[in-house]
Design a protein around this ligand. Structure first.
Ligand SMILES: Cc1cc2nc3c(=O)[nH]c(=O)nc-3n(C[C@H](O)[C@H](O)[C@H](O)COP(=O)(O)OP(=O)(O)OC[C@H]3O[C@@H](n4cnc5c(N)ncnc54)[C@H](O)[C@@H]3O)c2cc1C
Length: 357
């Protein structure tokens, strides 16, 4: 295998593969993606995969997410069907007292061009007839949706490979050295050299950063998901808590627990998740549950993406974030712009690693 590359991406999840694909669109130099397992083995293979804008706070983060969601229809056209559906998103509330909070959220989003409607009980039930009739209202945004994360990564990889990107899987990076202006990336299958190095190791970002003496403050938060048997299509929207996939399965859950890298599923969270699902959609009480799974969220210490050049290190870039499914088309675009043009079309200074000091 070729050992010299212009750019190496460490991590082939939705973020790393998104970057590799976008880079390969503009750039015919050698790009190599290294993954210690395979591109769906990390968080990207155990996600809800909502493409979600509304409820993101503060509004500048919602705006950033909106730009990415806007790219999805075009992305599907370019790389193939990723089963992206702009279903619209509903975030229900069950106390009338929450309406004021919802109105405030809608008002703050209006200023940046995100249209959020605060729906009455009747409007919610008209849109989503299986929602609990005790619902008091919901915020609604037409830009939210979901995607099939497995197809998304598969399509990113296929398109990237067609453009010449190489993947080396089951190949863990164990050491990174800088010599003669190049990075030497030592892996289980040998050493590779590159000019540009992109760190996209998701929840393992901290340990990859340590190889270069760079602190990437990303923590782990477990999320557990319950999956129903395939049901006839009955949910119209992506609801903040559950969604119905193309094959009819309902995926339920949004837990966030401190459990390190432990991917167990636990009865207490499964029970809370089931309670939430039944409160939202009472008909789910009778659904057969066929499995539960968990994934580990990569959560930057302040909750916001860490993106861009690594301060003080030439040609070194980082992309570590929660909500990587929502953000991957935008992150891929911006990191490509940074490498190719030296600047980005949307300012990303606030996402720099520099903010952690
Ligand atoms: C339960 C749950 C629900 C979620 N729901 C949503 C959602 O609805 N919408 C949304 O946008 N996001 C959601 N997320 C978050 C989203 O899934 C992640 O942000 C995204 O998948 C992260 O992608 P990634 O490529 O950064 O990480 P990963 O997919 O984890 O990829 C990192 C890759 O790096 C590789 N790697 C690590 N260390 C090394 C090394 N030393 N050498 C080589 N390779 C290495 C790993 O093998 C891995 O494949 C959810 C997450 C969870 C857990």
């Amino acid at each position: 295998m070729e050992t010299n590359y212009e750019t190496i991406v460490i991590g082939g999840g939705v973020v790393g593969s998104g970057i590799a694909y976008h880079l390969s669109e503009r750039y015919k130099e050698g790009v190599l993606v290294l993954d210690k397992k395979y591109p769906m083995s990390g968080t990207s293979g155990s996600t809800q995969a909502w493409v979600w804008v509304h409820n993101k706070t503060p509004s500048w983060y919602a705006e950033f997410s909106m730009y990415s969601a806007e790219l999805y229809p075009y992305l599907s056209k370019k790389i193939g069907d990723v089963e992206y559906k702009r279903t619209g998103g509903l975030s229900p509330f069950f106390n009338e007292s929450d309406r004021e909070k919802a109105e405030k959220l809608a008002e703050s989003y209006r200023k940046i061009g995100i249209k959020i409607k605060v729906l009455s009980r009747e409007e919610v039930l008209e849109k989503e007839p299986y929602m609990n009739p005790e619902v008091a209202g919901a915020t609604y945004s037409s830009i939210d949706g979901n995607v099939n994360p497995f197809r998304l990564i598969d399509m990113y990889m296929r398109a990237a490979k067609r453009n010449g990107v190489r993947y080396s899987t089951y190949n863990k990076v164990t050491e990174i050295k800088k010599q003669d202006g190049k990075y030497s990336v030592v892996s289980d299958k040998g050493a590779f050299e590159c000019k540009n190095l992109i760190l996209a190791g998701g929840t393992w970002s901290r340990e990859i950063g340590d190889m270069l003496g760079v602190k990437i403050p990303v923590n782990q938060l477990r999320g557990q998901i319950l999956v129903s048997e395939p049901l006839k299509p009955f949910l119209n929207f992506t609801i903040s808590g559950l969604r119905q996939a193309n094959n009819g399965e309902v995926l339920m859950g949004y837990s966030m627990e401190e459990a390190g890298f432990n991917r167990a599923t636990t009865l207490d969270v499964i029970q809370e998740t089931a309670n939430m699902a039944v409160q939202y959609v009472p008909g789910l009480r009778k659904a057969k549950i066929v499995r539960a799974f968990s994934g580990i969220r990569a959560m930057p210490e302040d909750g916001f993406p860490i993106l861009g050049k690594v301060p003080g290190h030439e040609n070194l870039y980082v992309a570590a974030t929660h909500s990587g499914v929502t953000l991957s088309p935008l992150i891929g675009t911006l990191i490509t712009e940074l490498i190719m043009d030296g600047e980005t079309s949307i300012p990303i200074d606030r996402y720099s690693l520099r903010r952690f000091g």
